[in-house]
Design a protein. Sequence first.
Length: 217
Amino acid sequence: MKLLTQSVSRKSLLAVAALTVTLSACSGDEQQKPTLSAAQVCASTLDESATAALERMGNTKNFRENYRGTPEGFSLASVARTLHDDATRRTGCFVYKADDDSGHPLVDVDFSATAMHAKPNSPSEAADPDSIFYPIGLYAKTQSTNSATLYFACSTRDGNTETPYVKATLYSSPDQVSTKANGKDIMTILNAMSRALSRHLGCESEAALPPQVTVGN
């Protein structure tokens, strides 16, 4: 129930963010964001495989970001600082196709510290043809090209409390995703960003995330 609540909350936040971008653009308050390559988005955390996956997802090589109104934008340092905060305060990365003005992000990536992790043992998940699991971290699953979830071991502290895991999620807007994309593409992006974060947090060995994504079942 807690995991379902977190997922719903994240999707609600995505909807609010998209609405905010749309309203800002209409009011003229939204500043023009620079055009970025796939290698530049999300603080340059995408490796070669992930940049190719993002270009395939959007069927473009030109992107832009929205920073949720924060002046510093997305950075691994900012993610680390907000890892234990709630969804409205955490630093996420919203990536848009540069030539699209719908306000719908191509991908929305979020990281959060968690005391528990999911396990791929749900009969409903196993029976769902759109649910694909990957031998990555503690739990890795994509739902078609709509979402990806990855849990990996990474001990972090918030005051006196130590939390053993990090949950990484990626959501996409169906109207933005190219038919050329597949679930492996979104997991490739999420895994690359998670590897970069684990290095920044000093838990790369603990996380043991692979350099290449393979499908488990």
